[in-house]
Design a protein around this ligand. Structure first.
Ligand code: SF4
Ligand code: SF4
Length: 226
């Protein structure tokens, strides 16, 4: 995994392994996962991960050195895997992205007309959610069988960009307008999650911008706020 994706797991862990609301299914999978990272020599044009305060969160992290790999060990579990290798002294380089996000400008601008403008071309397709490594919102479905005496309960990934995401009994929709939904996604990433876990939910991977069918770029919009 790349540094952004490893940090996305850290966001998931903070939420799903929170002792107050621990998710036993997530925990079960997570404890059997070894986190192996690989460095980005050249971040892509949509990446802005160096604006997002990412940290090391891996068991092993590989740096491609041409003839060999330098492996940074991040845990005892990782150490067990490489304990037979020789020590090597190396200071890994910092990632430098061309794209940056100026977060300070955005917090006071909930009512800024920029959000209306930004969402004008949004199709509410949900692609930005389904590609995002930190989007975790889900819905729960009960599927009874024909006898109505048994069935299965599934948890399915959902998208806050869909109109019925906030639909409640009685048919009321809390975020009826596209602008409200798009803005919610961005404020969840950069404010609401931070209020609980003291870090941004966005890891700066740029996937939601690169693969949005209408190329909606929230980073550019925030940077433009005066
Ligand atoms: S991918 Fe783009 S068009 Fe689709 S919901 Fe997200 S912002 Fe809107
Ligand atoms: S850049 Fe977009 S896809 Fe990547 S973590 Fe941030 S919100 Fe999610």
């Amino acid at each position: 995994m790349r540094l952004c994706d490893l940090n996305a797991v850290l966001r998931m862990d903070s939420l799903f392994l929170d002792p107050k609301n621990e998710d036993c299914l997530y925990k079960d999978k997570r404890k059997n996962t070894i986190m192996i990272g690989y460095n980005c020599k050249e971040p892509g044009p949509y990446c802005f991960c160096d604006s997002m305060g990412l940290e090391n969160y891996h068991d092993l992290f590989f740096y491609d050195m041409g003839e060999f790999y330098y492996i940074d060990v991040g845990s005892e579990r990782g150490m067990k895997l490489v304990s037979r290798l020789k020590d090597y002294d190396y200071k890994p380089p910092q990632i430098k992205c061309e794209k940056t996000l100026n977060k300070k400008l955005f917090l006071k601008h909930f009512k800024n007309p920029i959000w209306e403008k930004l969402s004008k071309n949004c199709l509410s397709c949900g692609r930005c959610n389904l590609l995002c490594p930190t989007c975790y919102c889900f819905t729960v479905e009960d599927k009874p069988d024909m006898t109505l005496t048994k069935g299965i309960r599934t948890r399915e990934w959902d998208s806050c960009q869909f109109k019925d995401f906030t639909k409640v009994a009685g048919g009321f929709v809390f975020r009826d307008k596209r602008t409200e939904r798009l803005k919610h996604r961005i404020y969840h990433k950069l404010l609401y999650y931070r209020q609980r876990f003291n870090k941004d939910m966005c890891v700066g991977c740029g996937k939601c911008i690169e693969h949005c069918p209408t190329k909606i770029d929230f980073v550019e919009a925030i940077n433009k706020i005066k």
